[in-house]
Design a protein around this ligand. Sequence first.
Ligand code: AQP
Length: 336
Amino acid sequence: MRKRVFSGVQPSGILTLGNYLGAIKRFVEIQDEFEAFYCVVDYHAITVPQPPESLRSQIARTAAFMLGAGLDPEKMTLFVQSDVPAHTQLGWIMECTATFGELSRMTQFKDKSQGKESVSGGLFTYPALMAADILLYDADAVPVGEDQKQHVELCRDLAERFNSRFGSVLKVPEPLIAETGARIMSLQDPHKKMSKSDPNPSGYISLADSKDDIAKKIRRAVTDSGREVAYDPEEKPALANLITIFSHCSGRSIDEVVAAYEGKGYAEFKKDLAEVVVEALTPVQARHDAIVADGSYVEVLREGARRAHEVSSTVLRRVKEAMGLSLFIDPEGVRI
Ligand code: AQP
């Protein structure tokens, strides 16, 4: 039997090149090897305010970009989190399993809240919901970018704690992180990861950016002092990030990229980088546009939710039974 993977993507903006290279490209590569469940995690997106119209279109576009990147409905299950009731139910149980101290140590919360008390409670507890998302599918592994590793480790801790209290109920998953390219950094600040909710659009390349926007953003990307195209993440982090992007989009190794630009300046490197990125994204954009135009993602998401419900409701039932919670009403709200 194939091992199972689960992973989610937030529809909190238009997907970035970071989401694509760090996660979605990988989802596509492993869809033959694993039984994969991929989820548009819209409950996670509402940890910060989202206007309803843009949230609705971002959910559709996230799914369409994931399919456009090459996810195949014949091979994997793609669904929207809020279509499957078990997520919030196990989410609450995981909130009650996690401790305040554990959630306080999550670096993403620290980064995103920046010490403000006005952030939502959901932003603080969302790693518990993420743990529930994963555990509902008995996932063996979770393909994520490096930035999500801490959350997958929390998920493992919560599953182990739950199992030590209630018996062997939950499968403890492993993170599955690519060796390189797992963390694509902002084009404006190489110490910050590239993020779709960055208020400065020059920091990220969105999957919807035009050829001209991509060229402009790469031209304006910060570089380090010096002229030589050399890969040195410590001393030249901005350039190292651009070389990593080049390598991932072109399929050439870091060494090959560096060798190709020996004796050439940053300007020529950046011009070619823009072309390589455009070449990688053009087919994804074309398929995305076709999927949005014919609306075919709707049926994929409907069938995905049906399949996800089938699997997750069984795991939720197992959890409730082990904890002594009520089983008089099934997850659809129907008396049994
Ligand atoms: N910069 C990145 N480099 C590599 N991988 C990344 N991922 C995100 N940013 C990078 C990976 O993309 C997957 C989906 O991420 P997400 O949408 O669920 O949440 P996120 O990590 O919070 O992504 P963003 O773009 O930064 O969203 P916002 O701005 O809304 O917070 C994950 O596997 C993630 O590792």
